[in-house]
Design a protein around this ligand. Sequence first.
Ligand SMILES: Cc1ncc(COP(=O)(O)O)c(C=O)c1O
Length: 391
Amino acid sequence: MIETAQRMKHFKTSVFTSLKELKEQYEKEHNQKTIDFSLGSPNITPDPQIMNVLAEAVEQPENYKYAVTALPQLIESIQKWYRNRYEVDLEKEEIVLLQGSQEALVNLPLIYCNEGDGILVPDPYYPVYVDAPKLAQADIIFTPLRRENNYLVDFSRITEEQRKSAKMMLVCYPNNPTGAAAPDSFYEELIRFAKENDILIVHDNAYSELVFDGKKGKSFLSFPGAKEVGVELNSFSKTYGMAGARLGVLVGNKKVIEAYRILKSNMDYGIFLPVQYAGIEALEHGGSAIQSTRQEYERRRDATVKAFHAAGWPIQPSEATMFIWALIPEQYKDCEQFAQELLKRTGIVVTPGTSFGPEGKRYVRIALVQDEQDILEAAKRLQTSGLFGQG
Ligand SMILES: Cc1ncc(COP(=O)(O)O)c(C=O)c1O
């Protein structure tokens, strides 16, 4: 049989596939449904009007041609969105449309890194932040995100040698998996760091609309000098509940956008036109749905923290995103042992923190993808499980 390439040795089946097998086993053995807080797939449906526009566009035969590029009207809507929402002016040459932001997370390391070039990656990370550098045969340099530093990158810990070797830095706030948001001072420091060390910044802003407690997410590009050093990813997946209708944008530094477009023009034929029309509808009229989505995630966060506390697991609320980064009880060896015990005794599924990097050893990630009724049912099972010394 023909062997796969060397680079495939870095990859194994995703943790979510193995969790699915354990889930099925629990449901068979206990004849009871599991409550799954593992995968961050949004379960809040899009605004009906977005779905209507998509459905109507799907019925138009002319929408089945190769789109190749973005609809001019969608580019205009993106410019309006960035101006009104983030106070950022974007030229057309500073925008490229994506089949979800994941696409650019895979391609940017391939575009910018030669074998052995360094990429600064947060630890814990969103998994593709390490998968893509591996594919590009780049060197991963972890920047730990720790609770005592509010899960912000600590620039003072990045050594001279690491600064010299790094060509690119991936940054994500609001952050998956920690749920942290970054203050303005962080972005100012980030831009200084990038200029001083000549490092390309890729800021992942997929959760910009899921910031809680009355605060508002910003764009990295709204800070002076950002466009000189980097680009930002934004996504329709979480903001408009459109994860399956793949749509995202890469915006910012013109040279990066140009390089990206060159690669893309050789790789794909653009985004299905009905999805582009749905994107226009979302940007032009989807504002109220954003607010109700945010409120729903905030309600779920509060309900989870309160009910799990009462059940004996004192988890900390997140500032943003659809995740809670929860410390595991002290008596457990590590997150994997705890996650397995939790699933075995309660049918609750969470993702072990090490799936997001070595810093996750004493954490699990709880995705806020269950409604309040299931959160309360989960808390009831926790209470009687004996996992926290009671029960
Ligand atoms: C931090 C982060 N970035 C990017 C993505 C990918 O989003 P998209 O659906 O736009 O590809 C996700 C999805 O979960 C994410 O959590």
